[in-house]
Design a protein around this ligand. Structure first.
Ligand SMILES: Cc1ncc(COP(=O)(O)O)c(C=O)c1O
Length: 435
């Protein structure tokens, strides 16, 4: 890093985080209540309350409190697998022998449950308007693999994807949707039928949210399965508590999991829920400050559909214009860039802000590039996204939107507790990167 460019800027006294827990006090009251009443278990008033709170807030009939968003996604995927292909043997997953279309630019917890259930993920490229699953690429995927019946989508960084278009394609091909709303609790999207905004987490046939420590509200960990189906909610409750049958002894007819939320964790979430809207407002203010503070640079903020959606602005991100990116190469675990005047790159910006004790992060690396999923199919707007080059024919640029965003984008410090003054310093550091 060229330190001369950053002369006069002082290192933050306290680290500025990407997105850390913001506590208010009520959390302690409810945790203590669990302790004082000895409901230090996976049953108790806090669990009942947060399930009611979540269902009311999101606008669904049932919410089942689980140990993590990943657990909620796993059981959502398993329910979908059973509905589509029947109950599996105890040592097999419900998706064995079946492909599943999945968001590509997301955290791996979105897609791993497909592998837990023995399914094969087929990754669908990203679109540029919301950085989520591209409905056009999804249609291509159905044209290639017309027997696929399950689609797993995520709303990245709290920005709703084009859920109406995705739903339309899925309906055409008779596929069901697992909706990963882990990052998007509180985000809304226009419901075409009612003309009203509707919470993410209510669009899928099965949906999950997360209360992981970095999320918009947290329990330190935790997640929830959301549904309008009493039967599905009951099944998830059963599976998440080791699948006990109605007998006086431990009797099991299906595989179970230890996935239920703790009543102590639920106490934290119970104290957080009343502050969700306040957290969203703070995140939105952060996004807007970046948007105006960076408006003179060759960068854009992570986009969203201003007419159809209202994100929760969980993470603010930027993407550098193509002609303003300096040379940067990434290996499997290391990266290198060349400092060029008037340009910058994600590696330089992340290194610079880290030097001043602020935490950013690269864009989530697309799943089709991850070593574990490198041999899985990947479908773009143009069709098969693998093996597209030809040594003897110039086919022009290869379309891979996810990799392009990964190469030019980054997540900015988006912590609710970051002050406007601290954010101004981060904005200044980013400016200096382009010197
Ligand atoms: C998109 C996405 N899906 C799923 C998860 C998993 O949630 P959890 O950490 O609660 O298991 C996360 C975050 O952790 C996430 O960001």
């Amino acid at each position: 890093m060229n330190r001369d460019k950053f002369k006069g800027i002082e290192v933050f006294k306290n680290k500025v985080w990407l997105s850390s827990p913001t506590m208010h006090g009520e959390e302690m009251t409810y945790m203590k209540e669990a302790f004082d009443t000895n409901w230090m278990s996976t049953v108790g008033a806090n669990i009942n309350e947060v399930e009611k709170y979540a269902a009311d807030y999101v606008g669904c009939k049932y919410a089942v409190a689980l140990s993590a968003g990943t657990a909620a996604l796993h059981l959502a995927v398993k329910l979908a697998g059973e509905r589509l292909y029947g109950r599996a043997k105890p040592d097999e997953g419900t998706l064995r022998g079946h492909k599943v279309f999945c968001s590509d630019m997301t955290f791996d917890a979105t897609v791993n449950p497909v592998a837990y259930e023995d399914g094969e993920a087929v990754f669908i490229d990203t679109e540029r308007d919301t950085w989520n699953m591209d409905p056009k690429a999804l249609r291509k995927a159905f044209e290639i693999y017309s027997d696929v019946k399950l689609v797993v989508i995520a709303h990245l960084y709290g920005t709703p994807g084009k859920i109406d278009e995705i739903r339309a394609v899925c309906d055409e091909y008779g596929a069901v949707i697992v909706e990963d709303a882990a990052e998007s609790l509180g985000s809304t999207y226009l419901d075409k039928e009612t003309g009203k905004m509707r919470q993410t987490g209510t669009f899928g046939d099965y949906a999950a949210i997360s209360f992981n420590g970095n999320k918009i509200i947290t329990g330190s960990s935790g997640g929830m399965f959301l549904t309008d189906s009493r039967e599905d909610a009951d099944k998830v409750r059963k599976w998440s508590t080791q699948s006990r049958e109605a007998a006086n002894w431990y009797q099991h007819e299906e595989i179970g999991y230890n996935y239920r939320m703790s009543n102590v964790i639920a106490g934290v979430i119970r104290g957080q829920f009343p502050h969700l809207d306040e957290h969203i407002a703070a995140k939105k203010a952060i996004y807007e400050r970046y948007r105006s503070g960076l408006s003179d640079l060759p960068v854009k903020m992570n986009p969203f559909d201003e007419e159809k959606s209202e994100p929760n602005f969980w993470l603010s991100c930027l993407i550098i214009d193509k002609d303003a990116v300096e040379p940067m190469v990434r290996g499997e675990k290391e990266e290198l860039y060349k400092d060029v005047a008037g340009k910058s790159c994600p590696a330089e910006i992340l290194e610079a802000i880290a030097t001043f004790k602020a935490e950013g992060r690269p864009i989530w690396k697309p799943m089709h590039c991850q070593p574990i999923y490198r041999n899985n199919a990947f479908i773009t707007e143009k069709g098969d996204g693998r093996a597209r080059t030809n040594a003897y024919i110039d086919e022009g640029n290869i379309l891979d939107v996810g990799v392009d965003i990964f190469n030019r984008g980054l997540c900015l410090p988006s912590d609710n507790k970051m002050t406007a003054a601290e954010q101004d310093v981060i904005i200044e550091i980013i400016h200096r990167c382009f010197y």
